[in-house]
Design a protein around this ligand. Structure first.
Ligand code: URP
Ligand code: ZN
Ligand code: ZN
Length: 467
């Protein structure tokens, strides 16, 4: 007996078709018109869209950082993700300085084991480069971890110099891995932070002034040129501004194997509006939120293909943490913007806000929406066609999407473990009705059906697509 979705409109990255879709066990087994109902559970999805489950390739669950830990773990984060229509994510395993990659991987597996409810993979963060780490790279590929992440920022913590980044991306390419980069000029940022603090400029707005767009553009360009010189595939995470988009455009024009993502928050928040408020710490992330002009440029890049993916960089903290069982949160930076834990709660809201402004707002069509949020991330990160599309043989990760559903985003009703929403009060048209992961119903309206431990680690394939 299977689950037969009747009369839906199936949306993939390449087409929109009215058809029935049959799931047996964990897989989609048939798509067609007027499929026989006999022996199946029939779900009437007339006037609803069937979308592939969202794939969020940039998250930080239970990440120790800045003297605290990000507040969603692999249980609360997965519930929130699924309520938002995301059924697969890739998180960053982060080694200790001097530690092995194997130990980091074991630590991240332990965070997810017994808790996970959606499917997940891991990237490996690299914060130093030496022969011992290099020797561990083949092990990562065997374990299904096919992406390395490097940083040109966070001086003294995660930043590597150009030679080591170049070495890491060269080795990654030799093993069919993709390098990801957080691109901001960490040296100049460190100096700007010190100058602002010395002048007594301690409020969150100076976070943005310490990390101007020009420094993101410079580091993005540098990383892209290095990728070109190494002929190594590169994916620039959380791109926020025209400066870095121009660098990506130049690199792609040169034929370099370089790609980029932006994150939902950069399409909606601005430094002018959100970092001058008394509760500005809520909106502190790196790179910082920018300007309306940058938002327009990001939408253009999403539409015309310069950017391939929308992710979230979900890295939530409490606004008022440090008491009542909450880990410390944004209050850590009350007297010093450089001590505010960097990151925002987004994993639950990506599909809603991008649909609302993108599809309802006529900036992108439905197929592009699916490409950016589901299919392209699966293709680039070695998950396709198991994930990211609706086709026979794919995992039955299915979102029943109601384009007429109205809602208002609020921390009172979201499922992320935070006391605020960056989208508080935003009115949304379009949203999730049901969510299935590998054929198992997780979300039905406001009701949660998932079971801890039912999410599965996905071993990803090397030599994934460069698009
Ligand atoms: O502010 C951010 N983005 N925090 C998460 C870590 C990172 O840099 O991606
Ligand atoms: Zn980053
Ligand atoms: Zn991140």
């Amino acid at each position: 007996m299977g689950i037969l979705f009747k009369n839906g409109i199936i949306v993939t990255a390449s087409e929109t078709i009215r058809a029935d879709l049959l799931v047996e066990g964990e897989k989609i087994v048939q798509i067609g018109v007027d499929l026989l109902e006999q022996g199946h559970d029939v779900v009437d999805v007339s006037n609803k869209y069937l979308l592939p489950g969202g794939v969020d390739v940039h998250t930080h669950l239970a990440l120790p950082t800045s003297g605290t830990i990000s507040s969603d773990d692999f249980e609360s984060g997965h519930i929130a993700a699924a309520f938002g229509g995301t059924t697969t994510h890739i998180d960053f395993a982060s080694p200790e300085f001097g530690g092995t990659l194997e130990a980091a991987l074991a630590t991240w597996h332990a965070k997810a084991d017994g808790k996970a409810m959606i499917d997940y993979g891991f990237h490996m963060t690299i914060r130093e480069w030496n022969p011992a780490l290099r020797a561990e790279i083949p092990m990562l590929v065997r374990e299904g971890v096919t992406t390395l992440k490097v940083f040109t920022a966070y001086k003294g913590v995660l930043q590597m110099d150009d030679r080591d980044i170049f070495r890491a991306m060269t080795t990654a390419a030799e093993h069919g891995m993709l390098t990801m980069v957080h691109a901001e000029n960490g040296d100049v940022i460190a100096e700007l932070i010190a100058r602002h603090l010395a002048k007594g400029n301690t409020s969150p707005y100076y976070h943005a002034l310490s990390r101007p767009a020009i420094l993101e553009g410079e580091a993005t360009n540098r990383a892209i040129v290095m990728a070109g010189a190494a002929n190594a595939p590169l994916y620039v995470v959380h791109m926020t501004c025209r400066d870095s988009l121009e660098a990506l455009h130049r690199g792609r024009e040169q034929g370099y194997p370089v790609m980029g993502e932006t994150c939902a928050q950069y399409l909606f928040l601005t430094a002018q509006d959100h970092l001058r408020r008394s509760d500005a710490a809520k909106y502190v992330c790196s790179p910082p939120i920018r300007t309306l002009r940058d938002q327009d440029d990001l939408w253009c890049a999403l539409r015309d293909g310069l950017l391939q993916v929308v992710s979230t960089d979900h890295c939530p903290f409490w606004y008022e943490g440090g008491a009542n069982g909450r880990p410390p949160g944004k209050e850590l930076g009350a007297d010093d913007f450089s001590k505010i834990p960097n990151g925002l709660p987004v994993i639950e809201e990506r599909l809603k806000v991008v649909w609302n402004a993108g599809v309802t707002g006529e900036r992108i069509d439905m197929r592009r929406f699916v490409a950016l949020n589901c299919t392209n991330p699966a293709r680039i990160f070695g998950l396709y066609p198991q994930k990211g599309t609706l086709q026979v043989g794919s995992d039955a990760d299915i979102v029943v999407w109601d384009a007429d559903k109205s809602s208002v985003i609020s921390a009172r009703t979201h499922h992320m473990r935070t006391d605020y929403s960056i989208f508080e009060g935003m009115e949304i048209t379009g949203g999730v009705q049901r969510v299935y992961r590998r054929g198992e119903l997780l979300v039905e309206g406001d009701t949660w059906h998932g079971k801890p431990g039912s999410g599965r680690f996905i071993r990803r394939q090397p030599y994934a697509e460069v698009m």
